[in-house]
Write a protein of this length. Sequence first.
Length: 312
Amino acid sequence: MNRIAIFHFELESGEHLKLQYHLPYTSLLDRWISIVDRRKATNDSLELKISNKTLTDLELLMSIINEIIDKINSYYDKQLPIYTSTAEINANTLNHLHEEFELYGERQGKDSNLFPGEEFHHTWLKLNEYIHILETAIDTGPFPQFSCLVQYEPFERGEPVTPTDKLFLDTDFTWGQLYLGYNTLGKDWQHVMEDDDTRVITNNMIKVQETFCSEAWLNFGDSSGNAHKSTERQFWKWYIKQSSELQSKIPIDNLLELALGRYYLGVIALDETFLNFHPNKEDWLVPHSELRKSWNLEVFSKIKRAIDIEII
């Protein structure tokens, strides 16, 4: 049976924002709803991780991530680099920080008593969050690739992904689509390709999603538009440029193991939330439009916190 999910947010102004999604029936739907209902019934709090910043926010973001790094350095057994200029913030330096985050995760996973307490672990999670926020902010493309993750705290591994669930992997990532969150520490094949981060392959650190929880990814980027199979074509072009040694490590002939994409949950309802901003529904359907861009910059960029997930 098809369902509806409504995500409720508070904006910086204090106003309420409601984003409603149509959820078609899939092998994942009932299990995801069951997790959400269970977590909501126990009054667990909602966590929001949002990427809705641009180059104009870079000075502020540099200040925030430096504070996080400084806090880590005060406890950690090696020193992470502090940014001294926004010019230093690029894909290479962010990849380096992400590598350090993954190495910390592996060490902490082997010995949970190696580092001091939950607060220190939470600081590393904040570092990872701001790495992704900065990745969005430095994207100089014509369309703001905004999105957010919403889930109940504390984190749980949740349900296993089954081979049948992989029918619903989607790589289009068009504006207004809803997906399961990645729910995994590290980079999968698609993330490695996007960052051209081949050391993950060399170090055998690929992490394909194996579980899902309440986490949902609300995408308001528009990376594909009307371009069919753009992710797959991008991956193929990247693959054929690699050395034969690296190619032998990439499961290009095993789509289940490659698992490109994210697990599809639903699509945004073009209701009064959007029609009050612009009343012509057909205009909202145009990819990469100035209308979608304006809504991203004027509304989505103002989201402050997640309030509730309502399932109908």
